[in-house]
Design a protein around this ligand. Sequence first.
Ligand code: SF4
Length: 470
Amino acid sequence: MPKFFIKTYGCQMNERDSEQVAHSLAERGYERVGHESEADVVLLNTCSVRDMADQKALGKMGMLGRLAKERPHVVFGFLGCMAQARGASLLKDLPHVDLVVGTQKFHRVTDYVDELVARKAARNLENAQRSTPNAQRSMGRRMDDLRFSIVDVEEEAGSQSTIRDQQLTPRQATAFVSIMQGCNMHCTFCIVPQTRGAERSRSINDVVVEVRKLVSRGVKEVTLLGQIVNLYGRHEFPKIDTNSPFVQLLESVHEVEGLERLRFTSPHPIGFRQDLIEAISRLPRLAEHVHLPLQSGSNKILKAMHRAYTAEKYVDLVQRIRRAREGVAITTDIIVGFPGETEDDYWQTRDLVEQIQFDNAFVFRYSPRRGTSAAAMPDQIDEQLKEERNQDLLQVVNKSNRQILERLVGTEVEVLCEGPSKTNRDRLTGRTRTNKIVVFEGDEKLLGELVDVRIEQANGFSLYGIPLAE
Ligand code: SF4
């Protein structure tokens, strides 16, 4: 039985795509292993959103060249966003790569892997049989025919509906469900519209069927995924009364019996309309957490980013979300050092971050991506300055994060237990409804269960507590 190893770079959508590939390979009889050295098939599911992510995957595949020499039967493949963006050019510098599969072709990976495994086995057999120079000469031509690779980065209609199965670990409590692919927004810094294509959504029924299956297998929390999740279905499905297709989807998933928590990520501020605010206030299983990308607090920079809202509108939206649901956590993404960002622009972002008091934020240094319009803009910012702004803003974010966590000390929170803590396998970890990480002592039988925990301590980015009853 061939063994496969898959490593994922980047976002939750990539994680979800990898799980689909893993599921398909397992169904075909392949066995998943935890390290590349044990595998007959090594797949890297790549990310292109930042240069660093590209370089990491390329560096990793470069290092795997040694493994390819030691174990010539192993199949090596690039999947996902970088594969989509770079296509066949990836084969030039990395001759051991056999497979390059783009973002609309994950469902084809298993067939391609089968083919490559069989071809490589045939080649190795012929190699073993080549014993005399005469035999080598006569076989030389056939050997060339057998040396090949597969590149498939074409678009495929309906591919958004192929990410629908996943491997679950025993007592897995949470799962991601991909509801759409692609993005039509064309923010000037972002490569996603090129790597993931135009917006395409699955049907509501399709998504509900997947959630029902997950819940029947013990999953209690589902996160609906999309690049601009709240604009789900806008090209395919009509509004009903004032409800957008996304709110209709939330309502349908919310009705799945046995589902305890529902999340979604990531929404775009411009698609965050009143029907969604009302859904947040009236659907109790929707967890109290909204991740709402801000990107910048300067209207000038927002405009240059092609983000069609202002800082004032963003603040108003945050206030309306907070009024809609008591205790809701708000987190965000921010880019510092976008081309043309002056000291004043940066301070507008910093002031806004202080004003809003986010529960947490991912702060990124702007990374120029080939083929995006921001990469060609004048006034690119010096890396050192980007780093200074990044560090400065992180301090502001960390301060509000710490204060919010400290306010939870002494309270009781509901935690969905996800498994052993990464830093101490003797303790358990899980998340609150507001997406805070909690580490606590407890028996393994709590795995996959909702546990009431009293918070004793806030430390770094985590909370520590004790379960009220086991
Ligand atoms: S909304 Fe903007 S940042 Fe988000 S995926 Fe689309 S283009 Fe990229």
